[in-house]
Design a protein around this ligand. Structure first.
Ligand code: THU
Length: 133
């Protein structure tokens, strides 16, 4: 696997965070990931007056993943409004799992971890395929 430039990812996540639309929580979030083909995708949270409609930064990042050619996520960073490492919420761990290589790496508050460590025994596409057999 290619070396992961965590500083570059953190920089991309922080730049994305600056574009967040978070007038309700005032909690800006940026996310960035290295894709299997070497490109970097990023996203920011976009809130809504109907609070539950809010898009997390990971959601808009996955949108960019698909809009720029797809692929699988290899390494991921999420930051808060101060640029500090932020853990992806539970729903977004599920979202990341679906689009990550096995063993995708995340920068977490407790160091570099794999997607399986932050979402153990994950439900995923394979469960649906097995049920359909
Ligand atoms: N948020 C994210 O963008 N990603 C996460 O993983 C955690 C939470 C956003 C959603 C909302 O706009 C704000 O942070 C406060 O919850």
């Amino acid at each position: 696997m290619t070396d992961i430039d965590w500083d570059e990812l953190r920089h991309a996540a922080t730049a994305a965070m600056e574009r967040a639309y978070a007038p309700y929580s005032r909690f800006k979030v940026g996310a960035a990931a290295l894709v299997s083909d070497g490109r970097i995708v990023a996203g920011c949270n976009i809130e809504n007056a109907s609070y539950g409609v809010t898009l997390c930064a990971e959601c808009t990042m996955v949108g960019e993943l698909f809009m720029t050619g797809g692929g699988q996520l290899v390494a991921f960073v999420c930051v808060d409004g101060e640029g500090k490492t932020l853990m992806p919420c539970g729903r977004c761990r599920q979202l990341l799992f679906e689009h990550s290589i096995p063993g995708m790496l995340l920068e977490t508050v407790s160091g570099i971890r794999t997607i399986d460590e932050v979402l153990p025994d994950a439900f995923g596409p394979r469960d649906l395929e097995e049920a359909a057999r």
